[in-house]
Write a protein that binds this ligand. Sequence first.
Ligand code: ADP
Ligand code: MG
Length: 586
Amino acid sequence: MQTFTKQTLRIFWQHAKKYPWHVFGISAGVVGHLLLNNYNPILFKKVVDILSVGSAKTNLEPVFKIITLMFFVSLTRMIFARSYNFLNNFFQPRVMADLNNTCFNYLQKHSYAFFNNSFVGSLVTKVKRYERAFEQIADQLIFELGKTFLETLIILVVIFLQNTTMGLILLTWAILYIIFSYYYSLYKLPYDIKRAAADTQVTAQLADSITNNVNIKTFSNFTFEENRFAKTSHTQFKLRKKSWDLGTIGDIIQAFSMIVVHFILLYLALKFWQNDIITLGTIVLLETYLFRLFDKLWNVGKNIRVIYEAMADANEMTEILIKPLEVTDVPNAQKLAVKSGAIEFKNVSFGYHKDQDVLNNFDLAIKPGERVALIGPSGGGKSTIIKLLLRFFDLNGGEILIDGQDIYKTQQDSLRAQLSLVPQDPILFHRSLIENIRYAQPEAKDSEVVKAAKLAHAHEFISSFPDGYNTLVGERGVKLSGGERQRVAIARAILKDAPILVLDEATSSLDSESEQFIQDALKSLMQGRTTIVVAHRLSTIMQMDRIVVIDGGKIVEQGKHEELLKIREGLYQRLWEIQAGGFTAA
Ligand code: ADP
Ligand code: MG
């Protein structure tokens, strides 16, 4: 798996630098806080030095002066700390929200194929992890690692000024310690990335299995799913354990080096004191500083690890954010202008996989206002033709023209604005019915929505709900039946009022009443529009001006119902005989 550390940091920085004054204020606050924080032990050293010579017994005045100063130092330090906290309370949540928006906007622009190849659940997790990753990295850089680095620097300088030998020993140790922590974390990084990938796998499988809960029940495959999930979570367990074990081993090495350097420095300090090279106060200062230093540096390895773990978490989203969009407008793409609604597929070649064409030199011309039914056996390429007309994919060759304009050279939004699509199995937002219908035209008045719903024969069932148009439809629209969802989709298409209508007819056997409703709805919808219908029902096919029989990505027959029936041994005739009364092939 590739790592995108640099790209992640660049994206985070691009978002953070929009708030330069906050970044500056927080940094200045941290520096001020740390300088004051390490000034107090120096003052206290002076207190100890005065107390150790004994003269203070008669005159405490100088000592009182020092502790008064310490009081004001602490007070100022607190003001610094709380100020940068307030700045940060704006900074981090704001940047996290900005990142969320960036992820949301870019994700939505990815292609139809991209979403077909991704798990919804894991995409959601990736976005959630991304903002968390920023928070953790910012915390580390500002408050943990940043502070540790500065504090170490200050302490080293002060110890050096007190005694060069001790300063050198501490400096050498600190350098070795930090180098070790850094490289150990790098060594551990690949294990962290694998762990993150395993987490994603678990989440994705969880989402997929929960979505397919009905399938699991109907096929009584609980044990199969249980084993499958247990296997994934066992992999996650093993990778987690490996990554945690490596963490513990690093801790052991760090702790050992601290114990040793502490002993050496204290031993030396006592020797120097004995020879009057340093004072008692310096020993107290050294011990205070060492205590702080160890406390801060103890976490360096963990902090670096948190950064890298956050990087690993962010990796997958960065990959999506730097991935070029699959389907894009050509430079200077024009708006599609539809006057009459003529559609022409010219020499179109397309395949979902490189070496396998679904359509090969496919030609089909549809006159303005013509109503065409696409029929044929399942897998023939009917839905693909519709997806290409909507430009969900790019072509391998040929062109598709609407009123003479190559749709792949026009703006995608302007193309889709001219097409009304009623998909085979419409998905609805988990919002109210009125919002779902109005989606086609956000400015539509309530009365217009109701009018469209009436034409689509959706008004009848909507009014029968206690909450009417305000009924929430459930995730993906599950609370409605297939026929009801389709009528909502038809109402939406009526409201959109686009010149070209594209319909992938539902195969689900609708009861004859809702079929009648849908036929009526379709009739009003097709009025005066160029229409392409992937048709299964005879009642729909009979309404059409032309029937195009598609098999293996090619047009094998076309004409009117009666003409096609006359073709001896024709595919239409055969399908007709198998399914007298209607075509139900998907
Ligand atoms: P129809 O609608 O006529 O049943 P489709 O256009 O859906 O046929 O499918 C045509 C061929 O393309 C089939 O072989 C199908 O397996 C394949 N196909 C359809 N959608 C995809 C996809 N998203 N990825 C890969 N192959 C696909
Ligand atoms: Mg299909």
